[in-house]
Design a protein around this ligand. Structure first.
Ligand SMILES: Cc1cc2nc3c(=O)[nH]c(=O)nc-3n(C[C@H](O)[C@H](O)[C@H](O)COP(=O)(O)O)c2cc1C
Length: 326
């Protein structure tokens, strides 16, 4: 490990390390208005939501790294305490990047970025038409830490009106593929939060999982299961009993599958197709024939089941594997 005390590092180096370790960060595209009525539009990735009742968000228009001066967004907010914060989607990421240019305060950054201003309902700053998620906000507090370059000014804002494109909301949920957000990472890297990079994981809210410590030793010590597999096993609320496992295997053996093959080659083919039920059929047959890798076949089947969201099947197969000699 590398060990650092922040005050011993040059600020730019510390800044880059923080950007790399804390991400992907959502990007707030913040619209403000100056005392003279000039529209400002700027992205900030030191940003998040901190509560829903009332809806509170915060972002940091920090002091400029080169000279410690205040950014235009900060000055506008201190002047009138109003902003509109919008989410950044992949379709506008280049225009948002353009809006991050250090234009002087008299330049309208809607004009520069080519994004379209739309009147807000409750605040003076404009909304960005091209973003499907827009929040009209009142700044409740500005908290500042430090006075040098890159020091934080945290604008804590209450959302007083939301505007969301109808086509991205289905049954009250915004699906990541429909909104297609981007996140900021280290250096010039971004991430696109849709397609193959998204996955689902149910949060154990009310169900109390048994925890990693309660997993049987033969599961924890197996070299087949990944750390994520063990985490998923630990999320289950109980371990099936021996009789439950025996009943499961007995009933499973009686199930008929069409076109079933039970060779080792077929087992691995089923594995490639995530067909853990046929894997178990093949594993049981291979075990009956005394295949030396029988234990591994059951463990691979349990692994496939837990990765394909069937914890009950996975647990029973995993417990059964514990009864097989390797
Ligand atoms: C994706 C992205 C994220 C950024 N995040 C921040 C941030 O969190 N805080 C910050 O002070 N500057 C951030 N910047 C830089 C500002 O956008 C930039 O300094 C901008 O010119 C400030 O504009 P203003 O003076 O009009 O407020 C970011 C830039 C980009 C492209």
């Amino acid at each position: 490990m590398l060990h650092y005390t922040p005050k011993d590092l040059p600020v730019p180096k510390l800044h880059q390390l923080l950007l790399g370790g804390i991400g992907p960060r959502p990007i707030a595209l913040v619209s403000t208005i100056s005392e003279d009525g000039i529209l400002n539009l700027t992205p900030f990735s030191f940003f998040n939501c901190f509560g829903s009742n009332p809806p509170m968000i915060a972002f940091s228009p920090s002091r400029r790294g080169r000279d410690g001066s205040f950014k235009n967004t900060y000055l506008n907010l201190m002047n009138n305490k109003e902003c509109v914060v919008q989410s950044v989607t992949y379709s506008i990421v280049n225009q948002v990047n353009l809006a991050s240019t250090e234009y002087p305060p008299e330049v309208d950054e809607f004009v520069k970025s080519g994004l379209t201003p739309v009147d807000s309902d409750l605040v003076k700053p404009k909304r960005v038409k091209e973003s499907p998620f827009q929040m009209e906000c009142i700044m409740r507090e500005m908290r500042s830490f430090g006075e040098g370059g890159a020091s934080a000014n945290i604008a804590i804002c209450e959302v007083i009106k939301l505007h969301i494109a109808e086509d991205i909301v289905k049954n009250g949920i915004i699906h990541p593929d429909d909104i297609d957000l981007v996140g900021r990472m280290s250096a010039n890297f971004y991430s696109r939060a849709s397609g193959g990079s998204i996955f689902e994981l149910v949060q154990p809210k009310f169900e109390i999982g048994i925890g990693y410590d309660q997993l049987p030793g033969f599961i924890k010590e197996s070299h087949i299961y990944s750390a994520n597999n063990l985490g998923a096993f630990g999320t289950s609320q109980s371990i099936p009993s021996n009789s439950e496992v025996e009943n499961f295997i007995e009933e499973f053996e009686n199930l008929q599958f069409e076109n079933l093959e039970t060779s080792e080659e077929a087992f691995y083919r089923y594995q490639r197709h995530n067909d853990f039920k046929k894997m178990l059929k093949a594993a049981l047959d291979l075990a009956k024939k005394g295949h030396p890798k029988s234990k591994t076949f059951f463990e691979l089947t349990a692994k496939c089941a837990i990765e394909n969201k069937d914890p009950d099947f996975a647990w029973k197969t995993a417990i059964y594997s514990g009864k097989i000699k390797s």
